[in-house]
Write a protein that binds this ligand. Structure first.
Ligand code: MF3
Ligand code: CO
Length: 258
């Protein structure tokens, strides 16, 4: 069942996602060569409590192994769900996916960005740009009367026309009182997939994961970290958006007036 959110609920989700965006901004500043991914996780959690929210990912257990951290830090060939570690130091040339969510007054916010550590290769920079462009192409299709497939196809065609592949093992999702709600928001579309029509009041987390090489992935022995099967780079961008009568509202984009 897809839950439609009332304006009062969207206002709370706007606040939850503004907290996510503010914290991601601080993490981007902190993500410098020499910093460990665990230090970023600690910073994210500390800022979350300070803002009156709680970390959304910590204690999450959709599968065998519970997620024990507040932030996912996915470096280079890691696609998503990289686990923070005191042994993992960022270095010049890395690209780092920062995926973060909070729960605020019962409502979830979820967003991700991939950032460059110092100078990165032209390849890496182009992959990040195309993935971000794919997210925004998908968001632009998130309009009343369109379908999930309109979002999915816009993401896929942006990535594939640049020569990249779309990860199909993970998808975006509805979001609200739970981190993951219906509908699934895949980044590709095949006939026969569930394809609901988009309605006013839906809130979706759209999150393309785009690989430089093959789409296939492996999960590391930690039970979480997804890495590219060919060891090539991957990038991930995510926004939580509300579908309104006048178009998509990006709840997780920082708006200084809120
Ligand atoms: N943005 C990711 C998602 O929606 C983050 C989940 S990480 C987890 O699935 F640890 F909470 F699973
Ligand atoms: Co998400």
């Amino acid at each position: 069942m897809i839950t439609l959110k009332r304006p009062t609920e969207i206002a709370l989700m706007r606040r939850a996602n503004q907290i996510v965006a503010e914290i991601l901004d601080d993490l981007v500043v902190a993500a410098k060569p020499g910093v460990t991914s665990l230090e970023l996780d600690r910073l994210a959690e500390e800022l979350t409590w300070k803002k009156g929210a709680r970390p959304a990912f910590k204690g999450y257990k959709p599968q065998a192994v519970e997620y024990r951290h507040s932030l996912c830090v996915s470096i280079n060939q890691e696609i998503v769900h990289g686990i923070p570690s005191s042994k993992r130091r960022l270095k010049e040339g890395d690209i780092v996916g920062l995926d973060f969510g909070v729960c605020y007054q019962g409502y979830f916010g979820d967003a991700a960005r991939t950032v460059a550590i110092g100078d990165v290769s032209d390849n890496a920079r182009r992959l990040m740009k195309v993935t971000r462009d794919a997210l925004y192409a998908g968001i632009d299709r998130a309009r009343v009367g369109n379908r999930i497939s309109d979002i999915a196809r816009a993401v896929q065609s942006t990535a594939e026309s640049a020569g990249y592949s779309v990860v199909t093992d993970f998808a975006g999702h509805g979001i609200g009182r739970k981190l993951h709600e219906e509908p699934q928001v895949p980044n590709y579309f095949r006939p026969g997939m569930p394809n609901p029509r988009l309605q006013e009041g839906m809130v979706l987390a759209i999150e393309p994961m785009i690989n430089e090489g093959v789409a296939e992935l492996e999960i590391l022995a930690d039970g979480w970290t997804a890495v590219t099967a060919d060891g090539k780079l991957s990038a991930h961008f995510e926004h939580s958006i509300a579908i309104t009568a006048i178009g998509p509202e990006i709840l997780s984009e920082l708006n200084h007036n809120v």
